[in-house]
Design a protein around this ligand. Structure first.
Ligand SMILES: [Fe+2]
Ligand SMILES: [Fe+2]
Length: 256
């Protein structure tokens, strides 16, 4: 049964001591990766694919992506990366030429894992916090779904296409969320859309389609909060088990 690891919102900085809301992001990412590696070594998990859904870097520094490369280490061949609002597309392309898509304007992926298809979308708009896929990318997605018709599929992107109930962050969401949902409406092979950006574990169901957001591996935002707030709970990640036509998913948090 294929098993996927989703990590999101690393907010790495070139300065190893760099902090975000008083949390050293480099140390947190290292702690989470060490915890996952321990679990893999102990036989608790085995991942066929690792998807990192954006806000890879926080400081828009080219060398921060080299830090990420080093942290991912021997995981790289099974990694797929996506951009968040804090990222820099040319820098990501430069640091990860092996993971870049052919399309120069987007950093997307489409791959097969077992009998499943994983598709990654690029919602980054340079200089903006909000996200956008745009018509051209949605056309690409439509074609990708059509050419793998009937193959159970999970979509990944940084900005969630649904409101999570926190007004401040919902105002910074995916501008063309409705267009994305229209593309996948009536395409029952799309089972789930997994996102980051909101630094919290939320979900919404539309018919058989599961929409999910995953905690950050560094800091957590308050849930159902009209204004920006932090939640002081441990960081986490998501595991997706893909079984036949059905997927199971759980958020794992580090111990307190
Ligand atoms: Fe983030
Ligand atoms: Fe974000």
């Amino acid at each position: 049964m294929p098993c996927i690891l989703q990590m999101t919102d690393l907010h790495l900085m070139s300065d190893p001591a760099g902090t975000l809301k008083d949390v050293c992001t480099r140390a947190e990412v290292e702690r989470v990766i060490a915890y996952i590696r321990e679990g893999v070594d102990a036989g608790r998990w085995s991942f066929d694919q690792i998807v990192v859904t954006g806000d890879l870097a926080h400081d828009e520094q080219r060398e921060t992506y080299d830090v990420l490369r080093e942290l991912l280490g021997d995981w790289l061949p099974k990694c797929k990366l996506l951009l968040g609002n804090h990222d820099n597309r040319p820098f990501v392309r430069e640091a990860f030429p092996d993971l870049a898509s052919d399309e120069p304007d987007f950093f997307t992926f489409s791959c097969r894992v077992g009998n499943w298809r994983l598709i990654g979308l690029d919602s980054h708009i340079p200089g903006e916090v909000e996200g956008l896929l745009g018509e051209r990318q949605l056309l690409w997605l439509t074609e990708e779904l059509r050419s793998h018709v009937g193959q159970p599929t999970v979509l990944f992107l940084h900005h969630p296409p649904f409101e999570v109930g926190s007004a401040w962050v919902d105002a910074l969401g995916l501008r063309d969320a409705q267009s994305l949902l229209q593309v996948v409406a009536g395409v029952p092979q799309v089972k789930a859309i997994c996102c980051g950006h909101v630094h919290q574990d939320r979900e919404k169901r539309i018919g058989d389609l599961q929409l999910l957001t995953t905690p950050s591996v560094v800091i957590q935002f308050g849930v159902d909060s009209p204004e920006f707030s932090l939640d002081f709970i441990p960081p986490g990640f998501r595991i997706l088990d893909l079984d036949g036509n059905v997927f199971r998913s759980e958020v794992v948090r580090l111990p307190e």
